[in-house]
Design a protein around this ligand. Structure first.
Ligand code: NAP
Length: 480
């Protein structure tokens, strides 16, 4: 274990490790149910304290230069990469993803810190040609204030840096509440931020079991000017309504139900590989995972046989073991939900081509289901597990209609070798992101985010700064 110097058991507020009361809760390894650590349950009290501290810290932090903030972000970025092994182990222990995926997440998450260190220096304003001779019109951008960030367990590091790095680069201070299941990674990177030299109170991490009470405090506080949330659409709705009384800015990165269309002119081997890399990352527990594979009837048989063969090579097991491709699901509820999807599909005419069963208490077989139809529950809901349903179509219009037939609008994918079709279909898909002949689309360089019930706002890219900045227009008059 390379991580003992990175494990903490209480909230990080005002540059100090703070426990409130004696109440604790356990962080459990989803691969075997064993306790990793007990951590302090700071609840509402730590949330209120952190908001006050972040508000005070904002008064000084907002006056620092973007260049100064960039030097601290660069140091933080380097420290995260220097601690790749330790951070990856913590992630695999608390969320179960295979160690090689955790290492990939460390470099992916760190890349946002570097990107926003650079981008913060480019938050240019504008000089607008005036409408009268004696006026001058100028636009500047300013930090919105204290940001409340709430993140999920499935990317315990990258979902944090995608929010915290642009917020800090813009001159905001942050109160972060990570998921109950994965606070250890969050605390470890807060420790590294403190070593990098961020002043006390600028980046605070609050730990507690009661997500709903802690979230309410963040949403209803007048000192918090923005909520940035990644998680389910259900909770996104709730946070939006709770934030109404204080008219907060909101960034919402919510659930998805990604279609993956394979046209008759697709390169089938590439499409199979694209399906595998998109579907099975983190055991199918990512918001951009393929949810519905929609295949042209002419190649349906060939594609499904090749896909079956590729899936049968995947190894399921404890993410700490070498060669494991698919780790556990996060908890028993997740396992039951995935199992229910399979049972529902069988009842409604689905044929299980591969897998379909639990393995012990923690794992689920990678599963391929043929003859999927729109009545099946996974046609409407996010699967969040290692199941691939196969649907059949006969023309482009039908495929596009099936793909758009969901309330979600996060990621979508399709494979075709015809450039005209590629443009036409990409423009017709009602999604924030489209992978064309590609199953892996996330990078800090591009805008990540959705439309419809998948949320609002973008993370990463030049657009990722906008969510943490207010625009101010200044009119200089009487210039004679
Ligand atoms: P979730 O239940 O919505 O939880 C997400 C976060 O919100 C966790 O920290 C959770 O805390 C917290 N939370 C739960 N109820 C809350 C409340 N009433 N008030 C304030 N915070 C609350 O989602 P999940 O099932 O853990 O995560 C998976 C979901 O996230 C999927 O739908 C996935 O698609 C989505 N996701 C989206 C993106 C994206 O970029 N669009 C990326 C990753 C994941 P506790 O864990 O302590 O309950």
């Amino acid at each position: 274990m390379n991580n003992s110097n990175l494990i903490f058991d209480r909230s990080f507020v005002d540059g100090k490790w703070i426990a409130i009361g004696a109440s604790k809760f356990d962080i459990v390894n989803p691969a075997n149910g064993q306790k990793i650590k007990s951590v302090n349950d700071g609840g509402v009290a730590i949330s209120e304290k952190a908001i006050g501290v972040a508000f005070e810290a904002f008064q000084g932090w907002k006056k620092t230069t973007a260049k100064f903030r960039a030097t601290l972000l660069e140091k933080w970025h380097n420290l995260i990469l220097d601690n790749t092994e330790g951070l990856a182990e913590i992630m695999t222990l608390e969320c179960g993803k295979p160690l090689k995926e955790s290492k990939g997440e460390v470099s992916y998450g760190a890349a946002f810190v570097k990107w926003f260190a650079e981008e913060g220096k480019r938050t240019y304003g504008d000089v607008i040609p005036p409408h009268t001779e004696n006026r001058r019109l100028v636009v500047i951008k300013q930090a919105v204030g204290v940001v409340g960030a709430i993140t999920p367990w499935n990317f315990p590091l990258a979902m944090i840096t995608r929010k915290v790095a642009p917020a800090l680069a813009a001159g905001c201070t942050v109160v972060l509440r990570p998921a109950e299941e994965t606070p250890l990674t969050a605390l470890a990177i807060a420790h590294l931020a403190s070593i990098a030299g961020f002043p006390p109170g600028v980046f605070n991490v609050i730990i507690g079991k009661d997500a709903s009470a802690m979230g309410k405090v963040l949403c209803e506080s007048e000192k918090v000017k923005k909520i940035s949330f990644t998680g389910s659409t259900r909770v996104g709705h709730l946070l939006m309504s709770q934030s109404a009384s204080t008219l907060k800015k909101l960034s919402l990165e919510l659930g998805g139900n990604a279609p993956f269309i394979v046209f008759e002119d697709a390169n089938i081997d590439m499409a199979v590989e694209g399906t595998i890399v998109s579907k099975f990352r983190n055991s199918g527990q990512t918001c951009v995972c393929v949810n519905r594979v929609i295949v042209h009837e002419k190649i349906y048989e060939k594609f499904s046989q090749k896909l079956k063969k590729a899936i049968s090579k995947l190894k399921v097991g404890n993410g700490m073991e070498e060669e494991v491709n698919i780790g556990p699901l996060i908890n028993k509820d997740a396992l039951k939900k995935v199992n229910d999807f399979v049972e529902d599909a069988i009842l409604k005419g689905g044929e299980v081509l591969l897998g379909g069963k639990r393995i012990g208490e923690c794992f689920f077989e990678p599963t391929l289901i043929s003859n999927a139809n729109l009545e099946m529950n996974f046609s409407k809901e996010e699967i969040f597990g290692p199941i691939i349903p196969l649907y059949k179509f006969s023309n482009d219009e039908e495929a596009i209609k099936m793909a758009n037939n969901t309330v979600y609008g996060l990621a979508s994918y399709f494979f075709s070798e015809n450039v005209t079709r590629c443009w036409r279909v990409a423009e017709a898909l009602e999604y924030g992101m489209v992978g064309i002949n590609e199953g892996l689309i996330s990078t800090e360089l591009a805008p990540f985010g959705g439309i419809k019930f998948s949320g609002q706002g973008r993370e990463g890219s030049k657009y990722g700064m906008d969510d943490y900045l207010d625009i101010k227009y200044m009119c200089f008059g009487n210039i004679i």
